[in-house]
Write a new protein. Sequence first.
Length: 62
Amino acid sequence: MKEKLVIRKKGLKGEDGYKTFSIRIKEETVANLEALAEQTNRSRNEIINILLDYAIDNCEVK
């Protein structure tokens, strides 16, 4: 008797704790992000997440 091929359901997008969305930013900001990424050997995505987390933790709404 042949073994059956089992195809497991794929998790829904975003189930890894991340969500993808697009934003518009200035070319100068992109250049600065790319420079930081290169200097730190991190991806641009990692840099953006680090900066956003810091900004959220250190902002004040008045």
